[in-house]
Ligand binder design. Sequence first.
Ligand code: GTP
Ligand code: MG
Length: 152
Amino acid sequence: NEQTFIAVKPDGVQRGLIGPIISRFENRGFKLVAIKMVVASKEHLEKHYSDLSDKPFFGGLVSYMASGAICAMVWEGRDVVKTGRAILGATKPSESSPGTIRGDYCIDVGRNVCHGSDAVESAQKEIALWFDKSEITSWKSAQQSWIYEKED
Ligand code: GTP
Ligand code: MG
């Protein structure tokens, strides 16, 4: 089953948005299989955002992400990577549609409240970076057959 890494960033945690963000994924029908609060080191965040290391905002991004607790999660379900990105909305809040997390809860690209993996391969890498295998649970939702016509 497809999985994605979703993280409520330090601004989202401070602003009390963990609940609303979880609700959007739960309400859609996705399954939460791992969750923890972490204060990440700069080294860890430099790995997480390694593909952005040559960007002018990289230093600020790493400091922002290291500035407080993050709520790290793994969500599971059909097409959860792509749909998760749609639930988050565009990177720049000025371009995020109302109804998306970023389109409803933030203004500044440097304080955009939530992270979501951008592809299936990066999701697998990010999950392995943030979670030990033993932290990821396997459970069957009683709603499965009400959410999916056929099991994947
Ligand atoms: P993530 O889900 O956090 O990975 O965001 P994204 O995939 O929508 O965007 P990307 O991976 O390209 O950038 C990672 C993060 O860097 C963004 O979410 C922003 O917080 C930050 N960022 C991206 N572009 C800019 C920018 O132009 N200026 C600043 N200050 N921050 C940026
Ligand atoms: Mg990204």
